[in-house]
Design a protein. Structure first.
Length: 156
């Protein structure tokens, strides 16, 4: 017994949709190009003891005054790829709840992702901001910032 024509047509459309969706998943979620993990730290200090640390071994926010609204560090991105790359940024550790981002003048919560065009260079500001009632003087905050670069598929 032969299936009606519309069942075969529906089956063909369903098969093509499944192939397209699988390719989309592969290119967007399983096509990691690069992973970079930065360790982060900050010390909560009295206003008279605030300072900074420019050591390149980690993303140091230095000694942040408890009365200070925020501290930030910038990360520069330069795309070495011939195609668009989706960049995902995610903080973890006890600093994660205090981390947000500023990209192209707009503020974003953690986690955040953006698209980097071929040969484009841009900066992402990583912001540590807290309410003085949430932290104590002498507290050492630590965490990691994970940056993942993905290939994109049709700009997604």
């Amino acid at each position: 017994m032969e299936l009606p024509k519309y069942f075969r047509l529906f089956g063909g459309i369903l098969f093509l949709a499944l192939v397209f969706f699988s390719a989309f998943l592969y290119w967007n979620y399983f096509s990691v190009q690069d992973v970079v993990i930065y360790k982060m730290d900050a010390y909560i200090a009295e206003p008279s003891n605030a300072g900074f640390n420019l050591d390149p071994d980690m993303l140091h926010f230095g000694q942040v005054a408890i009365t200070s609204p925020e501290a930030y560090r910038e990360i520069n991105f330069i795309s070495p790829y011939d195609e668009d790359a989706r960049i995902e940024v995610h903080a973890s550790g006890d600093m994660a709840k205090y981390i947000s981002y500023r990209y192209l003048g707009e503020y974003y919560a953690d986690p955040y992702s953006f698209t980097l065009k071929p040969n484009e260079s841009t900066a992402l500001r990583v912001i540590l901001s807290f309410n003085s009632s949430e932290v104590e003087v002498g507290q050492h905050l630590t965490g990691e910032l994970q940056i993942i670069s993905h290939k994109t598929f049709f700009g997604f």
